[in-house]
Design a protein around this ligand. Structure first.
Ligand code: ZN
Length: 707
C-alpha cells in the first residue's frame, strides 16, 4: 500500500480533501465489487482505505461527508467475527494461590532444568491485568491483524476494532518481517464508571465489571462503537517473530516499550523467588490504587533460553505461573441444596443462595463439592471451616477466586436456626432412583446405573457433542435435551445421532416441521452430522467420556496405538489380566492403573462395548498422525530412558524427545527403537541387549539430537 500521512499529522484541509477523495473511490470500488464491473482494488486495499476513512472521520468529524462510505457501505455483512488461527498458540497460565505454590513452582523449574538450589534463577514479575488478551500481528512494521485469544488456537478477527484503540500502534519503527505482540485490552475504573453511568442514563444494560466492559467494547461488530469506548492496551508477550526481541523476558518487554507499546511500570526483574514474592506483597498493597483491576501477579523465568528449554504442558507453559490474589468474600443465606448428576454418575451438590454481590458480580449458586465438604471435612478427612457443617437456611460466606465457580468459606453458627438438622446426602440417585456408591479413597458418591440413568446419558451426550469432542454445529446442550426427550426422533446414545437423518426420512412428522426447526436448520444439522462422521481416533476416544480418559490421555493412547482397530484389538486381549497386552497397556508412559481399569471396564464385552461398536460402525475413524517433526529421524520411534541423566532431567529429556516426534515408553520391549542409558542403568539395559535394541549413553544421545 502506498505511503499515507499518519492521521494525527493531517491538516484540516488535507483531511477534508482526503475524505472527498476516499468517498468517491470507495463508493466506486463498492459498486464495482457488487455490480457488473470487475473489482478495481483488492479486498485488503479496500479494508485498509475504509479503515483510514473512518480514522479520519473520527479525528475530523466536521468534515464527514453525507455520502460517507462508513454510512453507505455495509462492508462486512457477516453477523459474527471471522476466525483467525494463531500462528503460535496463545497459552493460559497455571495458577498458584499460596506462597507454597510458588516455592513448588520454583522447585519444579529447577528440577526440570537440573538446577541446584544454589544456582541463580531470575524471574520477571508483572501485574496480571484483568482484561481480554489480544494478539497483534505486524508485518514489515504495519499492523495487519488483531485477534482475540479465543480457545488459544483460533481467535476472533477484531482488526477493525484494534485500529480504534489509541494505545495500539498502527505502524512500528521497525520493518521486521513478522512481529506478533500480545497483551491485554482493559478498561480503567473511572472510564468503566462513566460508561455505566452513561448507559444507565440511556436505559441500556450496564456492565458487571470492567473486564466485561472491555470485552464487550472490543467485540463490537461495528468498530465505530469500539472507537467511542476508552480501551487501553498493555503489551507483555509475543507470538511469532522473525527476529528475536532480546535474550531475556525483561529485555524483551523493554524492547516492546521502545517500539511504542505501553508496558506495565510495575514489571520488575527479581533475582530469586523470594524477591518475586516480596514484589507480590508490594503490589497487593497498592492494588486498589492502580485505577484498574489486576487479579494477581505473573512470574516468568527471565531467560528466554531457559523458557524454551522448559517448554509447554498441554495448555500452560512450564516457565510461568500466575500468583492470584485472595478472593473477595460476602455473606448470604443458603436457600436449598440441589444435587446434579454428571456424566460419570457423580452426585454434585450445588448451593442455591439468596443472590449476593461478590467482587462486583451477582452470585446465586456455589459448589458444595461432595458429602464430606458439606459435613466439614476435606478429602483426607481433615477439618475445614473448623469442622462446621453446612445446613439449609444457614448464613454462609461465599467467595470467588478468578473465574472459578463460587465457593463457601465459612458458616455463621450464631445465625443457625434452633431446629436445623445436619444435611442428609441422598442414598439413591435423585434422577433415576438407582443405588449410589462411594469408592474407597474417593469423596464422590456415584449413581451406579451408567447404562440407564437419564441424567448420565444426557451429560454424556452433551460431552460427546462438545467443542473438544465431536463439535457438531447446531447440536449443543439445548438440542441434546430436545432430542433426548423426543419420542419420534430420540437420541439416547451417541450412535443415535448418526441415524437421525434416515430415521427422519422414514418419519411422518419431519424435523423441519417441528417447533424451533425449519427446513434450513434441519438440513444444516444433517449436513453437520454427516461431516463429523469422519473423525480422528483421539477425538473419538475423548468423546466417549470415559472416566479418567481426558483429552491428554486420549491423545497419548491414540499416538501409541495409531489405529482404532489396533486399539480395540489390544483392549479386548487386555481384559485378561494375565495377558502381555494387559501388562503393555500399563507400561505406556503416562498411563496409570486407574486409567487402565477405567478403560477395561468401559470396553468390557456387553452393553457398554456394544454401544461403542454401534457408534464406531457409523464412523470413518482416521488413523492418528504423529506430530509434524520436519522429517526428523526420531519421528515415530519408541524411546526408553533409564538411569540418571546428568545434563538434563528425565522430564526435560522426555519432552525434547516428544517434540522431535518420538514416543517415550516406560519399558523395554521388542518394539523399542532406542534406549538412552544414564548412570546406574540396570535391568533395562540387559533387556535391551537381549532384544538387540540400540543403546546410547547420555553424551551420544545429546549429540544425536544436536545438543
Ligand atoms: Zn442415576
Amino acid at each position: 500500500m502506498t505511503d499515507y500521512i499518519a492521521v494525527e499529522n493531517l491538516s484540516d484541509e488535507m483531511a477534508k480533501d482526503e475524505l472527498t477523495y476516499l468517498a468517491e473511490l470507495l463508493n466506486k470500488a463498492n459498486s464495482a465489487y457488487h455490480g457488473i464491473d470487475s473489482p478495481i482494488m483488492t479486498d485488503a486495499e479496500f479494508d485498509f482505505l475504509k479503515k483510514r476513512n473512518l480514522e479520519i472521520e473520527l479525528k475530523f468529524p466536521q468534515y464527514k461527508k453525507p455520502d460517507s462510505p462508513t454510512e453507505k457501505i455495509g462492508y462486512l455483512p457477516s453477523e459474527t467475527f471471522s476466525k483467525i488461527k494463531h500462528s503460535k498458540k496463545m497459552f493460559s497460565l497455571a495458577n498458584g494461590f499460596e506462597n507454597n505454590d510458588l516455592y513448588d513452582f520454583d522447585d519444579q523449574v529447577r528440577r526440570f532444568l537440573n538446577f541446584r538450589v544454589s544456582e541463580p534463577l531470575e524471574y520477571t514479575v508483572e501485574p496480571k491485568i484483568d482484561g481480554l488478551s489480544l494478539s497483534l500481528r505486524y508485518e514489515k512494521g504495519e499492523l495487519v491483524f488483531a485477534a482475540t485469544r479465543g480457545d488459544g488456537t483460533t481467535g476472533e478477527n477484531v482488526t477493525e476494532n484494534a485500529f480504534m484503540i489509541s494505545d495500539i500502534p498502527k505502524t512500528l519503527p521497525t520493518k521486521t518481517d513478522v512481529l506478533e505482540v500480545r497483551g491485554e485490552v482493559y478498561m480503567e475504573h473511572k472510564d468503566f464508571e462513566n460508561l455505566n453511568t452513561y448507559h444507565d442514563s440511556l436505559g441500556k444494560k450496564v456492565f458487571a465489571n470492567p473486564r466485561n466492559a472491555a470485552a464487550g467494547s472490543l467485540r463490537q461488530l461495528d468498530a465505530t462503537v469500539t472507537a467511542e469506548r476508552p480501551l487501553k492496551f498493555l503489551a507483555y508477550a509475543w507470538g511469532e517473530l522473525t527476529e528475536p526481541l532480546d535474550a531475556t523476558q525483561f529485555g524483551a518487554i523493554k524492547k516492546l516499550k521502545n517500539l511504542g507499546f505501553k508496558t506495565s511500570s510495575h514489571t520488575k526483574l527479581c533475582k530469586s523467588i523470594d524477591e518475586a514474592l516480596s514484589h507480590y506483597e508490594e503490589l497487593s498493597k497498592i492494588r486498589s490504587e492502580l485505577g484498574y483491576d489486576i487479579d494477581g501477579i505473573v512470574y516468568k523465568v527471565d531467560s528466554l533460553d531457559l523458557q524454551s528449554r522448559l517448554g509447554y504442558r498441554s495448555t500452560t507453559p512450564r516457565w510461568a505461573i500466575a500468583h492470584k490474589f485472595p478472593a473477595e468474600y460476602s455473606w448470604t443465606q443458603l436457600l436449598a441444596i440441589d444435587i446434579q448428576v454428571g456424566r460419570t454418575g457423580a452426585l454434585s451438590p450445588v448451593a442455591r443462595l439468596k443472590p449476593v454481590t461478590v467482587g462486583g458480580v451477582v452470585i446465586s449458586n456455589a459448589t458444595l463439592h461432595n458429602q464430606d465438604y458439606i459435613a466439614g471435612r476435606d478429602n483426607s478427612g481433615k477439618k475445614i471451616r473448623s469442622g462446621n457443617d453446612i445446613r439449609l437456611n444457614d448464613w454462609v460466606e461465599v467467595y470467588r477466586a478468578g473465574d472459578v465457580i463460587p465457593k463457601i468459606s465459612n458458616v455463621d453458627l450464631t445465625k443457625r436456626l434452633k431446629d436445623s438438622e445436619a444435611y442428609q446426602f441422598p442414598s439413591v440417585c435423585p434422577e433415576c432412583g438407582a443405588e449410589v456408591v462411594r469408592d474407597d479413597g474417593d469423596a464422590v458418591i456415584r449413581c451406579i446405573d451408567d447404562l440407564n440413568c437419564p441424567a448420565q446419558a444426557i451429560e454424556k451426550l452433551k460431552h460427546f457433542v462438545s467443542r473438544k469432542a465431536f463439535d457438531i454445529e447446531g447440536l449443543g446442550g439445548k438440542q441434546i435435551e430436545f432430542f433426548f426427550a423426543d419420542e419420534a426422533l430420540s437420541i439416547k446414545e451417541p450412535a443415535d445421532i448418526f441415524t437421525l437423518e434416515p430415521r427422519d426420512r422414514n418419519n411422518l412428522t419431519k424435523l423441519k416441521d417441528r417447533h424451533g426447526f425449519g427446513r434450513k436448520s434441519a438440513t444444516n444439522l444433517f449436513d453437520a452430522i454427516e461431516k463429523k462422521k469422519t473423525i480422528e481416533f483421539s477425538r473419538l476416544l475423548f468423546s466417549l467420556g470415559i472416566r479418567h480418559v481426558g483429552e491428554n490421555v486420549s491423545k497419548l493412547l491414540a499416538r501409541h496405538f495409531l489405529t482404532w482397530s489396533k486399539f480395540i484389538h489390544i483392549i479386548s486381549l487386555a481384559q485378561n489380566s494375565d495377558s502381555q497386552e494387559y501388562f503393555d497397556l500399563g507400561a505406556i508412559d503416562g498411563i496409570g492403573t486407574t486409567v487402565v481399569s477405567s478403560l477395561l471396564s468401559a470396553f468390557k464385552p456387553g452393553k457398554r462395548r456394544d454401544r461403542i461398536e454401534k457408534l464406531a460402525d457409523q464412523l470413518n475413524i482416521l488413523d492418528e498422525i504423529l506430530p509434524d517433526s520436519n522429517d526428523n529421524f526420531l519421528s515415530g520411534k519408541t524411546l526408553v530412558f533409564t538411569g540418571t541423566l546428568e545434563q538434563m532431567s528425565r522430564s526435560e529429556a522426555k519432552s525434547l524427545a516428544e517434540n522431535l516426534g518420538a514416543k517415550v515408553s516406560g519399558s523395554v520391549s521388542a518394539k523399542t527403537d532406542l534406549v538412552i542409558a544414564g548412570s546406574g542403568a540396570g535391568s533395562k539395559i540387559k533387556k535391551a541387549e537381549e532384544l538387540g535394541v540400540e543403546t546410547l549413553d547420555e553424551t551420544e544421545w545429546l549429540s544425536l539430537i544436536g545438543k
